[in-house]
Ligand binder design. Structure first.
Ligand SMILES: C[S@@+](CC[C@H](N)C(=O)[O-])C[C@H]1O[C@@H](n2cnc3c(N)ncnc32)[C@H](O)[C@@H]1O
Length: 289
């Protein structure tokens, strides 16, 4: 039994059973809104996650709930709340260290070489959750030292306004620091009760925006990017949504720009537009120069 399933099993059993057809209809509506499909084929998971919403709204069946989502007065707001229940926001500072080494040791040098005359760097963390990834990248750039007199912009985006509020607050509990070196904590964080707050010099490089990755037209607000991190997001999306999003990433990247995915994600059967770069520390994707 996985940890996620164990946690679900310990939640109170749903009073109303979901049918296969109801499950399919709710999945369809969620997938149409944000592309997320991973795990939603499990009636058990849906009952545990959607059941409390039914009770909260005083509805007696998942069919009623489906109609509420589709055409209820607050249907869209409810869909946003539902997606919050169905998605995972797991993240922490310095996640997937070997990939960050590739970024630190190889990609940054490429960026300095190619962009050094203009000294402008734009990085997008797509699906950044509570912001640890965004601040990690800023700390890496500050440690590097070569970007001190550059115009650096690191934008984190997510579909969830709840996680973005936490990202903007920049205040984290111990579980976000499971792989953060002590010297980094000492340099870039200030103690704040049981929490730690990200220092202003790091925050100054970062901003956040609410973007549903399926709304590819919205990517325009980001301008052209030199690096896109989209880690541990595509794995939750349906195949069609994945291709659509990755295609739009390609258009958003400047020539020679880099795309970094999570360690269990690849562009196999998703897109053939990117080059695969075999770096010493990792395999990553890039738009041709
Ligand atoms: C597991 S977290 C990944 C966080 C971080 N990138 C990391 O690797 O640590 C996945 C995030 O993707 C977001 N997400 C899922 N579907 C999305 C969509 N269609 N548009 C934008 N964000 C989405 C979720 O809200 C969640 O915060």
């Amino acid at each position: 039994m996985t940890a996620e399933r164990r946690a679900l099993a310990s939640e109170p059993e749903a009073r109303v059973r979901i049918t296969t057809e109801e499950s399919r209809l709710i999945q369809e509506i969620v997938e149409g809104y944000c592309g997320v499909t991973h795990g939603l084929d499990s009636g058990f998971f849906l009952e545990r996650r959607v059941g409390p919403r039914l009770e909260h709204l005083g509805l007696s069946s998942y069919t009623e709930y489906y109609h509420y989502l589709r055409s209820g007065p607050d249907g869209h707001a409810e869909l946003v709340t539902l997606v919050e229940q169905l998605t995972t926001h797991e993240t922490y500072f310095f996640r997937e260290e070997y990939q960050l080494d590739a970024f630190r040791e190889e990609i940054l040098t490429d960026l300095v070489d190619r962009l050094g005359s203009r000294k402008r760097l734009s990085i997008w963390s797509a699906g950044c959750s509570t912001g640890e990834e965004v601040y990690t990248l800023a700390m890496i750039l500050l440690d590097d030292g070569r970007f001190q007199d550059w115009h650096v912009r690191i934008v984190g985006s997510d579909i969830s306004r709840e996680v973005l509020a936490k990202a903007r607050a920049a205040r984290y509990s111990e579980r976000s620091f499971r792989t953060t070196p002590p010297e980094t904590i000492a340099r870039y964080f200030e103690a704040d009760g049981d929490y730690r707050r990200v220092a202003d010099e790091v925050r100054d490089l970062c901003s956040f925006a609410q973007i549903n990755l399926l709304e590819t037209e919205r990517y325009r607000i980001l301008g052209s990017c030199n690096v896109i991190f989209c880690r541990n997001v595509l794995m939750y999306l349906a195949a069609e949504a994945r291709s659509q999003v990755v295609d739009a990433f390609y258009d958003r990247l400047a020539p020679g720009g880099w795309l970094l995915l999570g360690h269990s994600e690849s562009l196999l059967n998703v897109s053939t537009r990117f080059e695969l770069a075999n770096l010493e520390k990792d395999l990553v994707y890039r738009r041709a120069r």
